[in-house]
Structures are given as structure tokens and as C-alpha cells.
Design a protein around this ligand. Structure first.
Ligand code: PMP
Length: 354
């Protein structure tokens, strides 16, 4: 810390992203990216846009907002796009939390929620997940707080049914409920269909996972026009050109190529089933993940040891040092071929442990 760093932030604990290592070629199963490349249409659209980079991007990303509104069957004023969904989550903490609207979220969830709450010095409560890592919807009904729920949750991958999400939204008419659907396309029913019905619901999604654009940074939010207006007030007060020209075009083309991406999601779901059953055969406990990752532990090897040994063998997975889950690892679903290699390396390691 420099001697100039604001005292307001001196105790800030930043978010720690997954490793992005270049020291050798890894099978990268640690940051929930898609193993499949962007479609040809996306590649072409991005390269064509390069010659217009001397011009600022459209601050309202109209072409993309319109494509998303059509795709998700909503009016255009119910849609906003951001620099990754991290940015809309950031805006949501700024817009909908204060000393009289504390934030609540599970104790085990996306680590950035706590970072944002601390960054803005907002009061927050972490609600313990059940022993089996599930969320009890009733825990989010009577708190008079702004609710943040990832559905499916991370890093567990466990999802709530849409009817349960609706109960939570309905029970909080005077508070905003943010449903973070970063992983929704891998087999969970989306709450976007409820946006027309409830003015207190904000659904966030991302192009990073199901649409192979993690490196382009593109997220989106769906909500009532009033909530979207609030998000836009913050967006225009921080960075109106938050979505760059190439990313905007990539997003439009990705929506045009929806079949390609949704088919990739189906492939990932099949590979997830294969990987989960292979891990179970090797004695692992694996949560019922509806995301593009698995959350697993073995009684035969410590989570941290498995992570280190796999890394030595060229496979990166994600280990979290938090007490409750220190024996678990989060494993992103890659291609079928990558996951077969992963399983064979796990087997090798378990044999070496004997
Ligand atoms: N929500 C959850 C639950 C996530 O795991 C992530 C990815 N780290 C995000 C939001 C943010 O993703 P992005 O900013 O790439 O859209």
C-alpha cells in the first residue's frame, strides 16, 4: 500500500480471480470459461469493427439492446448491457443498497458480492447455506434487505426452481431482488420471464460462459424500466462507453448465432454428466450442479493436494481456502476429451496416494 492510498480503502480485501498461467500449456478448468471458441460470425464481426475504433462506442449499445430484447421477449427499456456482469452487479450494490437497505446473500456464493459490499461500506448479512449446500428460500423472505442470489449458485452449482425464486421476489415487494444467472444456460429455468410481472426483480446474465466471450467482457441486466433507469444513471456517472465497439458487435452476432451457443451448452451438460458420474465412481461426493462446473470432494485426498497434483500434471482446477469448503474443488467442464484426460489424471493421483 502506498502512503497515498485512501484510508477508506486501507482494509479492502480484493476479489481474487482464478489463475491465468502462461508458464506451460494447461488444460484450463479453473475459471468457468467455455471450451468452445466464438462462432465464425462473431470473429468476422469483431475484425470488421476494428477499422472503426477511432470512434467512441454507442453509449446505449442500441443494436445489442434491441437484439437482446427480441431474444428475451422484453421491451428495450427493460434491458441494459455492461462490461461483464461484474459491472452490473457493481451497479446493483451502488444503486440498491445503503444503510437502510442492507445486502443479504449466502455465506457460500460468488465472492465478489462481499467485495462490493465492503468497497462501498454497505451493511450486509451472509446467510449460511444448509448443510447440503442448498438455499432455503424462506431465509430470504423477511429481512427487509436487498437480496443477491446466484442461481445456480457458485461454487456449488446448485439451483433453485423458478417457483422458489418467484416466492422470494414476491415476499420482498419493497426490496430489490437480484438474481445472478451467470450459469443459467446450462440447465436452469431463467427468472427473465418474471421481469414483466415484478418491478423489484433484476436478473443479471453474462456472455462469458454460455456464449464464449469471457475475454470480451459483456454482461446484461433485465428488469423493470425504472430499475434499468437507475442502473443507467450509475453507468452514465461512471463509464458511459462501458461496452466497447468490438464487444458490442460480438454480442449482436452471438445472439444471431444462438443455436450454435445453445448447442454448446447441451454438449457441456452431457460432458458434465459424464464427469460427475466418473468422479462418483472414483468415490467423490459431487453436488448436483446445473452449471458449467462441478463442485466435488474426496475422502481419499485433501482438496488442496488434489489441486496441486493436478496442476503438476498440467490440469488447472479451482481450490478455495475457505474453512467450510477447504476439502472441495471446483472443476470447470471442458470438452469431452479434456474431461477424459482430467479423469485419468485424477485416477493416477489416487493410485499414487495408495
Ligand atoms: N456471477 C457469478 C456467479 C460468477 O461466477 C461470475 C464469474 N466469475 C460472474 C457473475 C461475473 O462474470 P462476468 O463478469 O465475466 O460476466
Amino acid at each position: 500500500m502506498s502512503r497515498f492510498f485512501s484510508t477508506t480503502h486501507k482494509n479492502l480485501v480484493p476479489y481474487v480471480p482464478g489463475e491465468q498461467l502462461n508458464d506451460k500449456k494447461y488444460i484450463k478448468l479453473n475459471t468457468n470459461e467455455s471450451p468452445y471458441p466464438p462462432s465464425d460470425k462473431v470473429k468476422k464481426a469483431v475484425s470488421e469493427e476494428v477499422s472503426r475504433l477511432m470512434l467512441y462506442s454507442d453509449p446505449d449499445s442500441k443494436e445489442l439492446v434491441s437484439a437482446l430484447a427480441k431474444r428475451y421477449n422484453l421491451p428495450e427499456d427493460c434491458v441494459v448491457v455492461t462490461n461483464g456482469s461484474d459491472e452490473i452487479l457493481n451497479f446493483a450494490f451502488l444503486a440498491f443498497c445503503d444503510s437502510t437497505h442492507p445486502a443479504i446473500f449466502p455465506d457460500l456464493t460468488y465472492g465478489f458480492y462481499k467485495v462490493f459490499a465492503n468497497l462501498y461500506n454497505l451493511p450486509y448479512t451472509e446467510i449460511p447455506l444448509n448443510k447440503d449446500f442448498t438455499v432455503s428460500p424462506e431465509d430470504y423472505m423477511l429481512n427487509n434487505a436487498t437480496v443477491f442470489l446466484a442461481n445456480p449458485n457458485a461454487p456449488t452449482g446448485i439451483a433453485l426452481e423458478l417457483s422458489e425464486i418467484e416466492k422470494i421476489v414476491k415476499a420482498n415487494p419493497d426490496n430489490v431482488v437480484i438474481i445472478d444467472e451467470a450459469y443459467v444456460d446450462f440447465g436452469t429455468e431463467s427468472a427473465v420471464s418474471l421481469v414483466n410481472k415484478y418491478d423489484n426483480l433484476l436478473v443479471t446474465q453474462t456472455f462469458s460462459k454460455s456464449r464464449s466471450l469471457a475475454g470480451a467482457r459483456l454482461g446484461m441486466g433485465f428488469a423493470s424500466p425504472e430499475l434499468i433507469k437507475d442502473i443507467n444513471t450509475l453507468r452514465y456517472s461512471t463509464n458511459p462507453y462501458n461496452v466497447n465497439r468490438m464487444t458490442m458487435k460480438a454480442g449482436v452476432s452471438a445472439i444471431e448465432d444462438d443455436d450454435y451457443y445453445m448447442n454448446n451448452c447441451k454438449k457441456i451438460q452431457l460432458t458434465r454428466d459424464y464427469t460427475a458420474s466418473s468422479l462418483k465412481e472414483l468415490g467423490f461426493f459431487v453436488t448436483d450442479s446445473k452449471a458449467n462446473f462441478l463442485f466435488a470432494e474426496s475422502k481419499r485426498i485433501k482438496g488442496s493436494d488434489l489441486y496441486v497434483k493436478l496442476k503438476e500434471k498440467g490440469v488447472l482446477i479451482r481450490h478455495f481456502e475457505s474453512d467450510r469448503i477447504s476439502n472441495f474443488n471446483r472443476i470447470t467442464i471442458g470438452t469431452q476429451e479434456q474431461m477424459e484426460i482430467f479423469i485419468s489424471k485424477v485416477l493416477e493421483i489416487l493410485e499414487e496416494e495408495k
